[in-house]
Design a protein around this ligand. Structure first.
Ligand SMILES: *Cc1c(COP(=O)(O)O)cnc(C)c1O
Length: 430
């Protein structure tokens, strides 16, 4: 594969954009080599600036669950554009969007639209603090909640990939208000709460983690946190920016029998446009301005183009729950195929998966939290990634990410993927 155009663009980009990219993981630093520049995409395929084709297993980090350039979504965007791109005033579409979200997430009573997942989580903890009158939050090592100051403590995703789980520029004051615990460790949370009695406003987590690679929750852990939050007057926040409308029509809440107080959304909710949302119990959401005193605003929030794309996406998913059966079965075939290959080659690697999310960890030990995820051999992962890329398979350029399957993946793609996987393992072991 020739990447001359991407190489030239990356050189040019680095002169004007920090690191040449607008979001760190895209730079491929964790896997060696240089990023490829994407020119267009359709269905399961990405095409780079040198016209190489790749089967996409990132799907814009989740949003393109129906594959790229999905016709109904594109059509809704084109239709909306004819009526101008922004008003900064209320619209009918925003109500339809809110009603649609609430109909899909029965635990949510009110919702506010924002422009990214980061905005959603930042707002959610502010509201939790305003509502409880308390200041500290608890998050989990390796969970990623966007790039808000409060969350860049022991953060996952790009932060860990780049080796900066704690970022310079976050003040000590902010850091002091963020307490961290190991994922799936209820006892650790209990003791943090006991040691900080009456000062915790919120506990926030990814109900299924994608940002240290795919890590599944212990149901008792999710339930235990609910009980703890009820007992201590803590707002329980599920960050479903990744899992929302990914794991089911009602996200992780459709799978686990636990009800959070607030939920944050993003990624799929915008159908590929920059959208986020946060919502939950009416009593808490009524604290948000102008209904209440907690300030949160956005010039472009509820943007008509974004609402059209998002509403088309959500309406489609709501009407076609078979989407989830399909992508889950695609994922199961991939995982089963990989395991058969591992057995044949006599290698042992951990694969975590749920629904249409999965991660191959280059460790033979179970991965249940950040500590165990970090046992993965990231050098080996880098080699594997480069081999897969050279065979036309586009994976997340980091060990600490989940992969996402879209409805555009066919049997033929699975076969191609598994062949590439076997070749890649043979490559890296010789
Ligand atoms: C992607 C992600 C975010 C951040 O969303 P952005 O739109 O990138 O700001 C927050 N939380 C989780 C769980 C995510 O996966």
């Amino acid at each position: 594969m020739i990447h001359n155009t991407s190489k030239a663009l990356f050189e040019r980009a680095q002169k004007v954009i920090p690191g040449g990219v607008n979001s760190p993981v895209r730079a491929f630093r964790a896997v060696g080599g240089e990023p490829i520049f994407i020119q267009r995409a359709i269905g399961a395929y990405l095409f780079d600036e040198d016209d190489n084709a790749y089967i996409d297993f990132i799907n814009s980090w989740g949003p393109m669950i129906l594959g790229h350039a999905y016709e109904p979504i594109e059509a809704s965007i084109v239709a909306a554009v004819q009526h101008s791109t922004s008003f900064g005033a209320p619209t009918r579409k925003e109500i339809e969007m809110a009603e649609c979200i609430l109909s899909m997430l029965p635990n949510m009573e009110m919702v506010r639209m924002v422009n990214s997942g980061t905005e959603a989580t930042m707002a959610a903890i502010r509201v939790a603090r305003g509502y409880t009158g308390k200041e500290k939050i608890i998050k989990f090592e390796g969970c990623y909640h966007g790039h808000g100051d409060s969350f860049l403590i022991a953060a996952g995703s790009g932060a860990v990939t780049m080796g900066f789980p704690d970022s310079p520029g976050v003040t000590q004051g902010v850091a002091n208000d963020t307490l961290t615990a190991p994922y799936n460790d209820l006892a650790a949370v209990e003791s943090i709460v006991a040691a900080n009695k009456g000062t915790i406003a919120a506990i926030i987590l990814e109900p299924v983690v994608g940002n240290m690679g795919c890590v599944l929750p212990d149901i008792e852990f999710l339930k235990g946190l609910r009980t703890l939050c009820d007992r201590e007057g803590i707002v329980y926040i599920w960050d479903e920016v990744m899992t929302g409308f990914r794991l089911s029509t009602s996200g992780a809440q459709g799978i686990y029998p636990v009800v959070p107080d607030l939920t944050t959304l993003g990624k799929i909710i915008g159908g590929g446009l920059p959208v986020g949302a946060y919502g939950g119990k009416k009593e808490i959401m009524q604290c948000v301005a102008p209904a209440g005193p907690v300030y949160q605003a956005g010039t472009l929030s509820g943007n008509p183009i974004a609402m059209s794309a998002g509403l088309t996406m959500l309406t489609y998913l709501k009407q076609h729950p078979e989407v989830y059966t399909r992508i889950q079965s695609t994922t199961a075939s991939i995982v089963k195929g990989m395991e058969a290959i591992h057995q044949k080659l006599g290698v042992s690697y951990t694969i975590n998966s749920i629904g249409s999310m999965y991660t191959l960890f280059f460790t033979s030990e179970p991965v249940t939290n950040f500590e165990s995820a970090k046992k993965s051999d990231t050098v080996l992962f880098g080699k594997y990634f480069r081999s897969m890329l050279s065979q036309g398979i586009y994976l997340a350029p980091s060990q600490y990410e989940s992969l996402f399957v879209s409805t555009a993946i066919t049997e033929e793609h699975i076969t191609q993927y598994l062949q590439a996987h076997e070749n890649a393992l043979n490559d890296i072991h010789t």
